[in-house]
Design a protein around this ligand. Structure first.
Ligand code: SAH
Length: 248
């Protein structure tokens, strides 16, 4: 990459580097129903790329970091996969089960003070109500697939290295990790979702993983125009551990 392009990317990343959304701000958004990120239908990028994620496997354990009440979780569970999600908003988790007509149990999580896990055993869905950074493989093991939509792009930019290390630690040897990111001009909008260039995806995951850009689509709608953006690209990456069986 030319030096001028590198300088430009660093400058663009610098625009949002200090942005911080406290956990309480996210909970407040849920309390006030300001959840414009929630989609009423299965995410088109998941639908389009599911074959690549499954790679012929059935009954895959999916991890949803920062899961919200994404209906993608029910869609995958209906296909016989199991789902573990992590979300700070208890309201969001309860709405997920209620809106999908599922009963749920509620238990404390001994390893994480104050955390709770909400489960529907018939559908094999377990949603942990806690800060993602309190979660680890000692709580629910490692995963065969990860769907990262509104997660890397939603955590605070300064936490990205910590986030990548956590996600890699949750990947089973054959894990196929589908990551959705956004490209836009951070001079025009401060996020979230935050701007995550492909160069940074490679620098975050490239030392331990293969990173493949599957698709790049124009995703500009009135929602982004209202934020002040005139361009908004959505990129989808497939990430697998180096030397793993998932790449074969
Ligand atoms: N993936 C979901 C939600 C994306 S919005 C979807 O596609 O709809 C980001 C979500 O992460 C919000 O619901 C917010 O409450 C939650 N969140 C933000 N930071 C978090 C953290 N550190 N730990 C757990 N949840 C968090």
């Amino acid at each position: 990459m030319p030096v001028s392009a590198q300088v430009n990317i660093s400058r663009m990343l610098g625009q949002q580097a200090e942005r911080v959304m406290a956990l309480g701000e996210w909970e407040e958004r849920w309390q006030q129903d300001r959840i414009g990120f929630h989609q009423p239908t299965v995410h088109r990028m998941l639908e389009k790329n599911l074959d690549k994620v499954l790679n012929g496997r059935t009954g895959v354990r999916f991890f949803f970091p920062l899961c919200g009440k994404a209906i993608d979780m029910k869609w995958l569970a209906d296909q016989g996969h199991s789902v573990v999600g992590v979300e700070i908003s208890e309201k969001g988790i309860q709405q997920f089960f209620e809106e999908n007509n599922m009963t749920f149990s509620e238990e404390p999580v001994p390893e994480i003070p104050g955390a709770k896990v909400f489960r529907n055993p018939e559908k094999n869905i377990s949603l942990y109500q806690c800060d993602l950074f309190q979660f680890s493989s000692s709580i629910a093991g490692r995963f065969g697939a990860i769907w990262d939509r509104g997660s890397l792009v939603a955590i605070n930019p300064k936490d990205r290295e910590k986030y990548a290390a956590l996600i890699v630690s949750l990947m089973d040897n054959d894990c196929r990790y589908l990551l959705d990111t956004f490209l836009y001009n951070p001079d025009q909008y401060r996020g979230p979702p935050f701007f995550v260039p492909d160069e940074q995806v490679r620098s975050l995951f490239g030392s331990s993983c293969n990173v493949e850009l599957l698709q790049s689509v124009d995703a500009l709608t009135d929602r982004q125009r209202d934020w002040g953006l005139d361009s908004f690209m959505e990129n989808i990456h497939l990430i697998t551990l180096k030397n793993s069986s998932a790449t074969k």
